[in-house]
Structures are given as structure tokens and as C-alpha cells.
Design a protein around this ligand. Structure first.
Ligand code: ADP
Ligand code: MG
Length: 694
């Protein structure tokens, strides 16, 4: 094979092929067993693996190694060490030992721990995750690791994800046994669709708001927005195409299976999706993808914006987390079956998800809560803040018929087999997809559409896995000793549907009627991050995570504090940036422009008795607007000064209820002013230039 994909794919990864080539058989087998069953690796094997990794990495030109981890800051972290470990007679000794592979110590004091780590114990440690391949990035061997405190508390997003995969594996394997389905392992799979914006790098560099906050805090609407929908799946511009091609190659090297890339709805917005993989690897790969998007964009003279809402009035960016379950043998468990028994198993899993989403709507909402994502959820675009579930017409009809105990009046009667299980055999869903639903069943997987473009999919996926594991445990208890399995199953499925039907909604998630309807159904509508976060510590949620061994109470508390703190810090930086831009750039620009106009008027009038209608009008309007803007800026300044600097619930609420509205009203005047000031006087590139000039 000599095509570019086969040649590059995985070339920078210490993957299964390399391991088989380079490890002694016994070490390879032991490692494989560790990966598949989670058994600990002994020191001897670890040394052999480390040695093989070092040799391979050095041959590839690597000079350093790092434990690569995902602290709760939302980005990845690394601490590089060189392989060099002294020299003998002027010859370098290159070392990398098993213990360096397995465990690393790191001064974690600058990573958020939400109180989990007392300050006197600032160290944390990183532990090798052998289920995710090591790879080389910029001459550094990167070893995917989990990040924990010395007490063993998870300080990252990977550890809980791995724990949740383990919980789900345990629960699913044993429930499948009840169906006579023996499998070694059940794995959760993910395929995240990543949206992003690309803008010109020089323009980016001229906008303080983008630099400090990742989004524009000011900006008048351009004459053309996204109303023509002409960008969606439109022709990809050559410059962008060159970027995508380069990006693909970089990602292929790292074994990331990027597959589709296309333009999105908004101008300058694009999307990239990989072929799905094991949740843990998909999550690592998505982190790498975000990193490379930024780097490769830079090389091509672009800036890649991963913020959820870089431009007001233009669609924001999300990250659809496609999620399913697969057996070790490769069967997709959310593929509706061909036989009644397979269907019964599918329906049981499906109703477990329905029940889980209904009972833990709050957790799904929290898993995607951030200051950035608040601009999307509930703000009249991509999914609403209310969590509901879309099944499509056909599956809904089946679910309804089961609930009512009536026969299924499906589209194709010939496909229906009501056998022992009274559960119909049904064809693959053919209904159109509802793009407004936050959580949709799409034929053989679920698509959680609420995550924001910059967020880690590890967090929502951890929630989904844990919730499903717990529901399956409940079902198992009920079914395991049933005298008549089919009857018990049927009754359980029917009851579960009836009790959880309120979460199902196939209509338009954007409509105001839905908000009312959801209220009547008693569904949560947690519009903002400060509204959602406290529910993390609701007793039912603490208990869920404890039962499944995914988070301890202390770990949940720490996350609650870290997320709150993050929210407060972000809004604070945004507010301060707005003040600085107003004071140092926008208001002075208005003055310059008004002065120019005034000079024109006095100059013209010294020559003749002229009206100077435009100039006089501008002078009047702009000075009045700038006075207003100045006052609004002062209000924002005063309100910021009243902030306590703490990062607690009260402070987060204050940001939401007092600071954000003040920011919005300041922006409104500034945006009006922007429409009046001559472009060459305006201190920043406009929306029109940024969105259409790429
Ligand atoms: P869309 O129409 O939403 O773009 P696609 O068919 O392109 O849907 O798939 C979107 C993502 O879903 C891809 O990353 C794909 O690999 C992923 N996906 C497909 N099947 C599964 C599965 N069984 N588990 C997890 N993700 C999946
Ligand atoms: Mg999709």
C-alpha cells in the first residue's frame, strides 16, 4: 500500500502493530491482557514496554517524553523530560524506565483541585493509561495518563471516564447474560463531531476580546449574516482546503480517524468528524484534534476559534457526542435486532437510557455547563437547555404501543413479528432527524448535541455511562430471579416506558410552547451554569456516583467548586476586557471621529454658509451615544468592583444576574456606535471582515 493515508496513518503512534513488532511475546501478551481486562502490569513487563517505547521514540526523532493528562482546566497538560540520563565517556545514556512509564509525579499546585489537595500536599501523580496508545508529538513521546492526588482523588477528566466505562462494562455484561448473550466486555464508543471557526490571524490579533476571551464582546451585525445558508456544505475555499488537508495528515499520523470535513451553517464555520472509537480513545483524540486545529490553523495564517459563541447573531459551535455500546466482539448494542430476542435486548437497553435521561436530566445539563455554552443552550439556537429525548416516529410508535399494550401499527406490517416477547421486529429508523433535540436516537447510536465545541467529551460520556450502568443494575435486580423471564421483561419495559415518557419529545425544541410544555411535564429548565451546577450535589446524584464508583462525594464537591470558579473567572475577564476596550479604544475612536467631523464643519463654514447635515448629525448622535456608553461602562466598572473575588454560588449568581446584563447593555450601545463611525476610524476588524474575508 502506498497511498497517503495508509502511509501516514498511525505512523506517530506506539500502536498494536508496533508493540507486536517490538515487544517480546510474553510482554506483548501481558500488556494486551492489561488493556483488555484491566489487570495490573508487573514491573518486569513495564520495563520491557518502556524500553521498546524509548527505542521506537528515539528512532522517530523524539528527544523528550511526557505524561500527557487532562486536568480540570479543560485543556491538556504536559511536563517534558528528556531521555538523556547522564553520559559515560562523553556518550549519552538514554533512559526511560518502567516506573517512569507507569507513574509520574507532578507539582499539581497550579492545576485546579477544588480543595481536594491540601496546599501542603501540592503534588499529584500521573498514572499510565495503557488503553490509550502513546504517541509522538513535536519530538516528544506523549504517554496518556490519569491525574490524581496523593490520596487517590481524581483531578482530571480521564479517571472518571475510565471508571464509568468499567461500571458500564460490569453492569452490561451481566444483563446481557440474562439474554443468553455471553460477551467478554462491553465498551462505550464515541464519535465527536467538532465544530469550529476559522478567521484570519491578523484580524484576530487586532481584537483584544478574541485574544483574552476567545469570543467577540463587541461587534455590530454585518449586512450579511447566515440568512442565505449559502455556506452550509458550500464549496470549501482553497485556503481552507489546504488547511484541512494538512490537518488531516497530522491527525492521521496520530492515528485519529478523521473522516468528514465540511462547512457549517455559519460563515467561516466548519466541522470535522472522526470515525468513532472507544470512548476513552475518542476523548483523547478529540483533545489532540482541538490542539492540532489550533496549531495547523496558525501555520496557514488562520486562527481557529473553538469558543461556543465567538460571534453574536451567528450560530455557535457545538460538539455532538455520538455514543453507543459495543461488545468486545464488535456488535453494536444499540443496533435494533433482527430477531425478537435481540429486539427485546435492544428495547431493554433503550428503555434504560430513557429512564436514565429522565432521572438524571440535571446531570446531563451539568456535564455541558460552562460560561461559553450558556450562549448556545437556551439562547434560541442549537439544543435548548431543557434535556429531552428524540426517538423518531417509528420507534416512538413502537414504544407507545408497548406502553399501551396495543399492537404496533407500524409503517410496514410485514416487518412486525410479535412472538414470544410481544416485542416487534422493526425496520431501521427512517424518520428524518430532529436537529433541535438535545439527545436523539439516530438509528443505532445516540447523539448528545448539547456539548460545547471547546468542552471535553469525557465529562458528558462519563455521565451517560454511569447513568446507564446504574439503570441496568436496577433492571438486573428485577430480572435475575424472575420465574418467567419474558413476562418479567415485558412488564419491566412497559412500566419503564410509562413512568418515563415525559422525557420523550419529538417536536420543535426551539419553540416557546415547548418551554411551557416541558414545565407542565416537570422537566428541568436549567438555563445557565449557576442554575445547573448546584444539582451536582443533589443527594440522588451523589448516591448514583458512589454506587457506581465513579466519583466520591469529595470529588463531586471539588468539581462543583472548580466549575463555579471557572465560570466566575471567565465572566470577570470578559467584563474587564469590555471595560478596557471601551475606555482605551472605542471611546477614544469616537472622539477622534467626532473631532474630524467638527473640523470639517468649522472648516466648511469658514468658507461658505453650508449646512453640513451629515457631520452635524453624526456629531450630535455620536456624542450622545458615547456619553451613554461611558455611563454604561462606569456602571459595569462599579459592579465589577463590588464582586467579592470569591468563587462561590453567590458570586456566580451575581455574575449571571448583575454583571452579564451590564455587559449586554454596554455592548448594545457600542454596537450602535459602530454602525455610525467611519470604518477606518473603528479600532477593530468588523464582523463582516472577519466572517467573510477568509
Ligand atoms: P451526522 O449525520 O450526525 O453527521 P454521521 O453518520 O456522520 O452523523 O456520524 C457522526 C458521528 O457518529 C461519526 O463520528 C461517527 O463515527 C459516529 N458514530 C457512528 N456510529 C457510532 C457508534 N456506534 N458509536 C459511537 N459513535 C458512532
Ligand atoms: Mg451529527
Amino acid at each position: 500500500m502506498s497511498d497517503i493515508i495508509s502511509e501516514t496513518f498511525g505512523s506517530a503512534v506506539f500502536n498494536d502493530r508496533v508493540m507486536r513488532e517490538r515487544l517480546p511475546v510474553d510482554a506483548y501478551e501481558a500488556l494486551k491482557k492489561t488493556v483488555e481486562t484491566g489487570t495490573p502490569l508487573d514491573a518486569g513487563v513495564a520495563n520491557k514496554v518502556a524500553g521498546a517505547m524509548r527505542d521506537w521514540a528515539l528512532e522517530q526523532g523524539a528527544t523528550h517524553f511526557t505524561h500527557w493528562f487532562q486536568p480540570l482546566t479543560g485543556i491538556t497538560a504536559e511536563k517534558h523530560d528528556s531521555f538523556l540520563n547522564g553520559s559515560v565517556n562523553g556518550e549519552p545514556i538514554m533512559e526511560f524506565k518502567g516506573k517512569e512509564l507507569i507513574k509520574g509525579e507532578t507539582d499539581g499546585s497550579s492545576f485546579p483541585s477544588g480543595g481536594l489537595r491540601a496546599t501542603f500536599e501540592a503534588r499529584g501523580y500521573t498514572a499510565w493509561d495503557p488503553t490509550s496508545y502513546a504517541f509522538i508529538k513535536e519530538n516528544t513521546l506523549c504517554i496518556p495518563t490519569a491525574f490524581c492526588s496523593y490520596g487517590g482523588d481524581a483531578l482530571d477528566t480521564k479517571t472518571p471516564l475510565l471508571r464509568s466505562m468499567e461500571a458500564l462494562n460490569r453492569s452490561a455484561v451481566r444483563i446481557l447474560k440474562l439474554f443468553g448473550h455471553d460477551t467478554k466486555r462491553v465498551i462505550s464508543t464515541c464519535g465527536p463531531e467538532q465544530e469550529y471557526f476559522l478567521i484570519d490571524r491578523d484580524m484576530y490579533a487586532r481584537r483584544k476580546d478574541l485574544i483574552y476571551t476567545g469570543r467577540t464582546l463587541y461587534g455590530a451585525k454585518p449586512p450579511k449574516g447566515q440568512e442565505l445558508d449559502d455556506h452550509y456544505y458550500g464549496m470549501i475555499k482553497l485556503k481552507v482546503k489546504a488547511f484541512m488537508r494538512d490537518l488531516d495528515e497530522e491527525l492521521w499520523k496520530l492515528g485519529v480517524t478523521v473522516k468528514t470535513e465540511h462547512n457549517e451553517v455559519a460563515p467561516a464555520q466548519h466541522e470535522l468528524a472522526p470515525i468513532y472509537s472507544t470512548a476513552n480513545i475518542a476523548s483523547d483524540h478529540n483533545q489532540l484534534t482541538m490542539e492540532l486545529l489550533r496549531k495547523v490553523a496558525h501555520r496557514h495564517g488562520f486562527k481557529c476559534l473553538l469558543h461556543e459563541k465567538p460571534f453574536e447573531g451567528i450560530n455557535g459551535s457545538g460538539k455532538h457526542d455520538n455514543w453507543s455500546l459495543s461488545t468486545a466482539e464488535g456488535a453494536n448494542l444499540f443496533e435494533p435486532g433482527k430477531t425478537p430476542r435481540e429486539n427485546a435486548q435492544f428495547l431493554l437497553l433503550l428503555v434504560a437510557v430513557i429512564k436514565g435521561v429522565n432521572e438524571y436530566q440535571d446531570l446531563l445539563r451539568i456535564s455541558v455547563a460552562s460560561a461559553g455554552n450558556d450562549h448556545r443552550l437556551g439562547a434560541n439556537e442549537a439544543p435548548p437547555a431543557i434535556i429531552s429525548m428524540f426517538l423518531g416516529d417509528e420507534l416512538t410508535a413502537i414504544i407507545d404501543s408497548i406502553a399501551e399494550g396495543s399492537e404496533y401499527e407500524g409503517v410496514k406490517r410485514s416487518d412486525i413479528e410479535i412472538g414470544v416477547d410481544v416485542l416487534p421486529h422493526f425496520p431501521r429508523d427512517t424518520t428524518d432527524r430532529n436537529r433541535t433535540s438535545p439527545f436523539a436516537f439516530t438509528g443505532n447510536k445516540f447523539e448528545f448535541r448539547s456539548p460545547g465545541s471547546s468542552q471535553s467529551i469525557a465529562i458528558p460520556t462519563t455521565m451517560l455511562n454511569t447513568i446507564l450502568a446504574d439503570e441496568l443494575d436496577g433492571f438486573y435486580e428485577e430480572l435475575k430471579d424472575a420465574e418467567n423471564f419474558n413476562e418479567a421483561l415485558e412488564e419491566l419495559i412497559r412500566r419503564t416506558i410509562n413512568e418515563n415518557r415525559r422525557i420523550l419529545f419529538n417536536g420543535d425544541g426551539y419553540s416557546p410552547e415547548w418551554i411551557e410544555e416541558a414545565g407542565r411535564r416537570g422537566l428541568h429548565n436549567l438555563r445557565t451554569t449557576p442554575d445547573a451546577l448546584p444539582h451536582l450535589l443533589d443527594e440522588k446524584n451523589v448516591e448514583l456516583f458512589r454506587r457506581q464508583g465513579v466519583f466520591s462525594r469529595a470529588e463531586l464537591e471539588s468539581r462543583y467548586h472548580i466549575y463555579l470558579e471557572n465560570y466566575c473567572k471567565i465572566i470577570r475577564i470578559e467584563a474587564l476586557t469590555m471595560i478596557e476596550m471601551a475606555k482605551k479604544d472605542i471611546l477614544p475612536a469616537v472622539s477622534t471621529y467626532v473631532r474630524k467631523m467638527s473640523e470639517v464643519v468649522s472648516c466648511a463654514r469658514s468658507i461658505a454658509d453650508v449646512e453640513c447635515g451629515f457631520e452635524v448629525d453624526m456629531i450630535k448622535r455620536l456624542t450622545s451615544l458615547s456619553t451613554d456608553m461611558y455611563k454604561k461602562m462606569q456602571t459595569l466598572e462599579e459592579r465589577c468592583a463590588e464582586c467579592t473575588g470569591a468563587s462561590d454560588q453567590a458570586e456566580a449568581n451575581r455574575f449571571k444576574d448583575i454583571i452579564i446584563p451590564a455587559m449586554e447593555s454596554l455592548r448594545a450601545v457600542a454596537d450602535e456606535i459602530e454602525t455610525l463611525v467611519g470604518e477606518k476610524y473603528w479600532p477593530y476588524p468588523t464582523y463582516g471582515r472577519m466572517l467573510f474575508a477568509v
